[in-house]
Design a protein around this ligand. Structure first.
Ligand code: ADP
Ligand code: MG
Length: 248
């Protein structure tokens, strides 16, 4: 989608004073209290915080699935708050990859068809759809399994189908909510490695909510969220340092 309002930004994702208050009867839940963050293209950022700290709310606001009470979400220099529902839908379909914890794979469709679907919705030609689908399944090491339905695949394989699907529209931004939560640590590492490579290669900005301590070896930054606020930004040690053999 061409979005040329003269807006330019070095950031793929930016939030300014992002605030979300849920009203439950006469109670107010302050899910987000002024979140400021920036992700550049090619940056892999983890969002950590205990349950209820606001991770899902933040991802939903950035993905345009929830409306902030105050503050802004700015994607490549454009504030999405002013967009119509139609424009948001098109944008999500064309430029954002979503990976939710409940993977949302369609059980009646094969791995191939699950990945291909978004391209059908985007009107991509049959030839290009085939090429992209096989490409994405190859990236996650699942091309051999493309004819299998989700229930014929392991949890880790289903997770990879969900990743392949999130990549199928060639997104500039990926938003993932606990995508490795249900995986054993070996599969979790494989999935994180796939993310890291694809993010670098395609200069995608990825924000991922997680509890997983494995992510420290893969991400560029960890944002620690508490009670709807970013408490601190952690820059993990580069992975190579772990390979140093302690002397003595
Ligand atoms: P996390 O993903 O970190 O567990 P959430 O973003 O789901 O946190 O929730 C943050 C806070 O907002 C919690 O107190 C939660 O109960 C509340 N909350 C989330 N969604 C809603 C909603 N739709 N209505 C009311 N309260 C909500
Ligand atoms: Mg959550």
């Amino acid at each position: 989608m061409a979005s040329n309002n003269g807006a330019q930004s070095r950031y793929a994702i930016e939030t300014v004073g992002l605030t979300r208050v849920y009203k439950l009867g006469d109670q107010e839940v302050h899910a987000l209290r002024g979140v400021n963050l920036q992700l550049e293209p090619g940056q892999f950022v983890a969002l950590k915080g205990r349950s209820g700290s606001g991770k899902t709310t933040l991802l939903n606001c950035i993905g345009g699935l929830d409306q902030p009470t105050a503050g802004k979400v700015i994607i490549f220099g454009e504030e999405i708050g002013g967009w119509s529902e139609a424009k948001l839908t098109t944008w999500r379909r064309q430029q954002v990859g979503f990976i939710f914890q409940s993977l949302g794979l369609l059980p009646a469709l094969s791995a191939y068809e699950n990945v291909e679907l978004i391209m059908r919705m985007n009107g991509v030609s049959a030839k290009e759809r085939y090429r992209m689908t096989v490409d994405c399944l190859n990236l996650v090491g699942l091309a051999k399994w493309m004819d299998h339905r989700p229930y014929e695949l392991s949890g880790g394989q289903q997770q990879r189908v969900a990743i392949a699907r999130a990549l199928a529209n060639n997104p500039k931004v990926i938003i993932a909510d606990e995508p490795t939560g249900d995986l054993d640590s070996k599969t979790g590492r494989e999935v994180l490695g796939i993310f890291r490579n694809i993010i670098r290669e395609r200069q995608i900005a990825m924000l991922m909510a997680t509890h997983d301590s494995l992510v420290n070896d893969y991400v560029d930054q960890i944002l620690h969220l508490q009670d709807g606020q970013i408490l601190r930004i952690e820059i993990p040690e580069p992975e190579e340092e772990e390979e140093l053999i302690p002397v003595g």
